[in-house]
Design a protein around this ligand. Structure first.
Ligand code: AMP
Length: 214
């Protein structure tokens, strides 16, 4: 099964994608993670993307479509792919449709995760992850059990995304409403859109997604 998780930054797409990976053995295709890896590795794409990402703007369609096209050639996607943060524009949605057709894959569902803006800003500004295993934390809602030590792997190093600040987040939301939210109508018209309440507790959202894609 191949699904898209669609929603504003902070809606919980990455959290739910990781749950699906652990539970169902699907692969998470996060263009944001792939771009951050390119930035960390200092590649040409990473060099071009860094300032755009820090400001909360969109990297060009050409770059992200190229990244996804290459990623879809790897054999692990055959067990099911979760698109997390892609597509983000109508051009990307059209390109994805062509790519899937070319590679003999189908899109089974698009799950929209709804959330209100104030909650999104609070979620994003407070979140941080373990630098070693990627476990997610939040300054208000989910601190490690032992201060400064990751619950999952024991690491003492944590990371905070440079674009997870109030100013960049306000821009990311504007960009979402302008460029990405039209995809809700696009997939609704195609009959593939399901919608879940992204403000509920993580387990409840996981259950709603399972219902939606069943
Ligand atoms: P994310 O981790 O999904 O929040 O993405 C972080 C940043 O990476 C975004 O704010 C964009 O700058 C860039 N990015 C990720 N995915 C895309 C995409 N599909 N199209 C354009 N830019 C993207």
């Amino acid at each position: 099964m191949n699904i898209i998780l669609l929603g504003p930054p902070g809606a919980g797409k990455g959290t739910q994608a990781r749950i699906l990976v652990d539970r169902d053995g699907m692969v998470q295709l996060s263009t944001g993670d792939m771009l951050r890896e390119a930035v960390a590795a200092g590649t040409e794409i990473g060099r071009q993307a860094k300032a755009v990402m820090d400001a909360g703007d969109l990297v060009t369609d050409e770059i992200v479509i190229g990244i996804i096209s290459d990623r879809l050639d790897r054999p692990d996607v055959k067990g099911g792919a979760i698109f997390d943060g892609f597509p983000r524009t109508l051009a990307q949605a059209d390109a994805l449709q062509s790519l899937l057709a070319e590679k003999g894959m189908a899109l089974d569902a698009v799950v929209e995760m709804r959330c209100d803006d104030e909650e999104l800003i609070e979620r994003v500004v407070g979140r941080f992850t373990c630098a070693h295993c990627g476990e997610g934390y939040h300054a208000t809602y989910k601190m490690p059990d032992k201060e400064g030590v990751c619950d999952k792997c024991g690491s003492t190093e944590f990371k905070h995304r440079p674009d997870d600040n109030r100013e960049a987040m306000q821009n990311r939301l504007l960009v979402y409403y302008k460029e990405t939210s039209p995809l809700i109508g696009y997939y609704h018209a195609k009959g593939s859109l399901k919608s879940v309440d992204g403000t509920a507790a993580i387990d409840t959202v996981t259950a709603s997604i399972a219902d939606a894609i069943r």
